[in-house]
Design a protein around this ligand. Sequence first.
Ligand SMILES: [Zn+2]
Length: 115
Amino acid sequence: MVLSELKKQVDFLCDNGHGDNPVLVTLSEASIGSRAATGITGIHSGIDWERGQVRISTEKKIISYGKDRDEVIEPRREDYNIGSRTRHLFICSKCENQLRKDDNYCSHCGQRVKK
Ligand SMILES: [Zn+2]
């Protein structure tokens, strides 16, 4: 989206009674009730590497993990021996959290994992 398209949509909302509503950015994280969101603290033109861009700053950090959390990823398996028995540990390959055998999602980062 370019700035002039954003302006048209903002103008439409302002012209239709939403001018005093808070503006939020929806976050890709689990929430109960309304979707998780953060506020906007500013909008400015980019400089140097960001020249030609318009940047919006938010109150909370928005982090790209590089992988979609709903994409199923293969957990890392670590085998180790205790006496004559071999134990398997499954580790979330995104955040290194130890998974339980039947987990569909990592309890730490929320990444969907293959059983
Ligand atoms: Zn994880």
